[in-house]
Design a binder for this molecule. Structure first.
Ligand SMILES: Cc1cc2nc3c(=O)[nH]c(=O)nc-3n(C[C@H](O)[C@H](O)[C@H](O)COP(=O)(O)OP(=O)(O)OC[C@H]3O[C@@H](n4cnc5c(N)ncnc54)[C@H](O)[C@@H]3O)c2cc1C
Length: 292
């Protein structure tokens, strides 16, 4: 057993990976890597290190079977600069430890997020929680950006005026908008980081947090490349089917046992298992390989 040093991770310690217009992620520190997952899993069997191929196979087996505790033995600490509206989504992931800059203690910096022109879009017609896939026409997008930047300037001006009057920083800050950048140290183990990434790399997540998740995954690949490969293969690239979808799939493959899958369900007996929206979702899943 040994302390794990991962040269690829050492090489990027403290390197700033830019995200959005003014944000970043830095890997501050890490504990363990692929080797630690293997070491800790083998404790169960009292076995030592084996060949590289066997180690990669073991990691893949553990991830595939959701034998998650060895992945909790790997811990990463990140320094993140992110807009507050992204932070509010991020903070919902409770299985991490964090320390954030204090707006009661420090004067907040004049750093606000303004979306790039190609990210300015109308409300989506078919997704209440999202934006349309089409960007606005250039002049309209620029007008939105100018309006946003104007509001931010006004609000930061009001903030500094209150600070200059000696108003407490904890009060002066309360009218600052969600586009203000904040910073934190965020520490999480690899199992829970994968859970975060599965949710926040998904196309349903807001683009801004997705961009952070993409960088987190790139950095994590330096620390634990084999684990990330298995995560990409089974979690990101895998597709799960409901009982009814599975029966439909088997039926299409000509499996005569297909109906026995839904046989236990009285309301489905003798009926087409999938109809309407459920059938549409299934077809879409087969086409795109993504959960809907
Ligand atoms: C696309 C998207 C849209 C969303 N929209 C909304 C929204 O509109 N409104 C909203 O409020 N939230 C929303 N969320 C947040 C979402 O509901 C979850 O709070 C968030 O994704 C964190 O997931 P989690 O609880 O699994 O993660 P974590 O907090 O990291 O927890 C990981 C796992 O640990 C367990 N766990 C952790 N803490 C506890 C606990 N105290 N009690 C029991 N089990 C625990 C759970 O099994 C959990 O799955 C959205 C998330 C996504 C990805």
């Amino acid at each position: 057993m040994a302390h794990c040093v991962v040269p690829e991770a050492e090489a990027i310690l403290d390197k700033e990976y830019p995200v959005l217009d003014k944000g970043f992620i830095r890997l501050v520190d890490y504990l363990g890597g692929d080797e630690r997952v293997v070491q800790s899993a083998r404790v169960s069997y009292g076995e030592g290190t084996k060949s590289y191929r066997e180690d990669a196979g073991l990691i893949d087996y553990l991830l595939r079977h959701q034998h998650t505790s060895p992945f909790e033995q790997v811990v990463l600490t990140f320094h993140v600069k992110l807009p507050i509206f992204v932070a509010r989504q991020w903070i919902r992931h409770r299985t991490a430890r964090l320390n954030e800059i204090s707006g009661r203690y420090s004067v907040m910096k004049d750093d606000f997020y303004v979306p790039a022109p190609e990210d300015v879009a109308l409300q989506s017609d078919d997704n209440k929680q999202g934006r349309s896939a089409e960007a606005l026409e250039a002049a309209a997008a620029e007008a939105v950006r100018v309006a946003m930047a104007g509001g931010q300037r006004q609000s930061y001006g009001d903030y500094t005026a209150l600070i200059d009057q000696g108003i407490a920083r904890e009060l002066a800050r309360i009218n600052l908008p969600l586009s203000l950048y904040t910073e934190w140290y965020w520490q999480i183990d690899l199992h829970n980081l994968f859970h975060f990434l599965a949710l926040r790399l998904d196309s349903h997540a807001q683009k801004e947090i997705r961009l952070y998740a993409e960088v987190l995954l790139d950095i994590t690949k330096k620390v634990a490349p084999r684990c990330c490969e298995s995560f990409e293969r089974h979690t990101l690239g895998g597709v799960s089917f409901s009982r009814e979808e599975f029966a439909e799939l088997k039926r299409r493959l000509g499996d005569s046992e297909a109906d026995s899958i839904t046989a236990g369900s009285t309301e489905l007996k003798g009926k087409a298992a999938l109809t309407g929206k459920a059938l549409e979702r299934f077809e879409e899943k087969l086409k795109s390989g993504k959960q809907k």
